[in-house]
Write a protein that binds this ligand. Structure first.
Ligand SMILES: [Cu+2]
Length: 232
């Protein structure tokens, strides 16, 4: 290889573009990103793949409609697989905004940062596989975009039945910090309350008063008409 080619190749390998494409076994383009997919390397505690599980996971606002107060969700909140299963995920984003599917708690020697990360920048779908260890464990699945997990995009993957439920999984477990809608009692809030109470009294009074005066007017007209009908 010529020296010029080696220099150019070295410069490219040091460039941000090369780093972005290869960081943590990352595959990416202008529509999606996959990080740490692992279709073939067995975890240390697995002799072989126990089962191939095809899972389709949809993400989007419409999947949150069944959960009060939530904004985003996956179409399911829990999946169960056997120890050493190979999971083939088809991830579908039904929204026009970014969503992620991140699985946390996987062994670091096989999955950098202990995670598998699938991401779609808008509507679309992608596929990726990974192999879980044999340990009986519950893995966190969520979207890490700001407020997406807090607003419902949280689920759990149980291997061998899991080791319990994670908190704040919509429809499955209670939130650690429940949404609070307490009233902030400022002077303005008090003034608004007093105004509304007074208005609540005033409106019926005005209506009754108007009804009474209306009756009086009708009575006067009736009397006038009766008077005019009397023969002189
Ligand atoms: Cu999201």
């Amino acid at each position: 290889m010529k020296l010029k080619t080696i220099v150019l190749l070295s410069m490219f390998m040091l460039s941000p573009a090369y780093a972005a494409m290869n960081h943590s076994r990352m595959i990416m383009d202008d529509k999606m990103m996959i990080m740490n997919a692992n279709p073939d390397k067995l975890p240390q505690d697995c002799q072989q793949i126990s089962e191939n599980v095809d899972i389709t996971i949809r993400a989007g606002h419409k999947h949150a409609l069944k959960f009060t107060g939530k904004m985003f969700a996956f179409d399911q909140q829990e999946w169960n697989v056997k120890p050493c299963a190979k999971i083939n995920i088809t991830f579908i984003n039904d929204d026009q905004i970014r969503h992620q599917l991140m699985v946390h708690g996987l062994p670091g020697y096989l999955y950098p940062d202990g995670m598998v990360h699938l991401e779609l920048y808008g509507e679309g779908q992608l596929q990726a596989s990974f192999i879980v260890p044999s340990q009986k464990k519950t893995y966190l699945v969520h979207c890490e975009l700001p407020q997406h997990a807090e607003k419902g995009m949280k689920a759990q993957l149980k291997v061998d039945g899991g080791d319990g439920d994670l908190p704040s999984i919509p429809g499955i477990s209670a939130p650690v910090n429940a949404d609070s809608y307490t009233v902030d009692w400022t002077p303005v809030t008090w003034a608004a309350l007093v105004f509304c109470v007074l208005l609540g009294f005033a409106i019926p009074l005005v209506m009754i008063s108007n009804a009474a005066s209306g009756k009086a007017v009708i009575a006067k007209i009736w009397v006038y008409l009766q008077t005019r009908r009397k023969p002189k």
